[in-house]
Design a protein around this ligand. Structure first.
Ligand SMILES: Nc1ncnc2c1ncn2[C@@H]1O[C@H](COP(=O)(O)OP(=O)(O)OP(=O)(O)O)[C@@H](O)[C@H]1O
Length: 267
């Protein structure tokens, strides 16, 4: 599928191009009182891929991610999602369009059970979230879909457990299920492996791979073995700029990428 997207040509003119892209950023910039955190970033996320945003500390990954998920407004630049200009849209607006962020903002209610959490998320999708405590009958109808989602994230055996009693890794799996309940076309993951024990990392990586089967994933991730194992495409940022792009094999051999990681003390 192709999307219409505005693209600024080398001569500074805006043109409309046809690319197989779900998300495009052009000339994306953000400064914080004189600090240029993101500076003229062009990003093309191809539909159906797992795309990772990496780079040494302070490279601008988080800022870029916050711009793309609309948690921050850019100083300059344009973002399009499926051909819609979302540069000035709210996070809730873009979530309705199908661009949903997980692992940080997803609402997981600790006192509710795993199943109840997913039901509430499904209710949110239906936009009748304030009715969830009223009609048990309506909620039961959602159980079929909730069951599928729990199976997708490997929580089918824990549906009656309280969310608060889950391990950290399983809580994140639940967060993912509540995010998938919103039916994202583009799933944005902010450091999905952060704080995970080694044995949870592999399981979560599998989960992401499974979740990516019928959607597109864009993630910021520090764990380079996970990035290598999961990503089809990688964008390396350094000092707010795009330093390199391509497969893991390509970017990991790039001299500038190696130098930027060594220079930052990442090794
Ligand atoms: N709210 C802010 N106010 C001022 N400066 C900021 C703000 N957010 C980020 N910066 C600066 O912008 C630059 C990029 O930061 P950012 O957090 O986006 O990088 P990062 O690649 O995510 O880094 P890390 O890997 O360490 O999380 C840094 O110099 C940072 O200090």
């Amino acid at each position: 599928m192709f999307a219409q997207a505005p693209l600024k040509s080398g001569r500074g003119r805006w043109e409309t191009v046809e690319v197989d892209a779900i998300l495009l950023a052009r000339g994306l910039s953000k400064s914080f009182r004189g600090i240029q955190a993101v500076d003229g970033v062009n990003l093309t996320v191809r539909r159906g891929t797992i795309h990772a945003l990496i780079g040494p500390n302070g490279a601008g990954k988080t800022t870029c991610f916050n711009l793309l998920t609309k948690f921050l407004n850019p100083t300059k630049g344009v973002i399009t999602f499926n051909g819609h200009d979302i540069t000035r849209r709210s996070p809730a607006d873009v979530a309705r369009l199908g661009l949903v962020r997980s692992f940080q903002i997803s609402a997981v209610f600790p006192q509710l059970t795993v199943l109840e959490n997913v039901r509430v998320a499904l209710q949110r999708k239906r936009r009748d979230n304030f009715a969830f405590w009223r009609s048990d009958r309506v909620l039961k109808k959602l159980d079929g879909r909730a069951g599928q989602l729990l199976e997708e994230v490997g929580l089918e055996g824990q549906s009656s457990h309280r969310a608060a009693d889950l391990s950290y890794g399983r809580k994140r799996a639940l967060e993912l299920a509540t995010t998938l309940a919103l039916e994202p076309e583009l799933l944005l993951l902010d450091e999905p492996m952060a704080g995970m024990a080694v044995e949870e990392i592999e399981r979560t990586a599998d989960l992401i791979k499974r979740s990516a089967r019928n959607r597109t994933v864009l993630m910021v991730e520090h764990n380079l073995s996970v990035v290598a194992a999961l990503s089809d495409e990688i964008t390396v940022l350094a000092r707010g700029h795009v330093l390199a792009e391509g497969s893991y094999a390509t970017v990991s051999r790039d001299e500038r990428v190696i130098a930027s990681y060594i220079g930052s003390g990442h090794g």
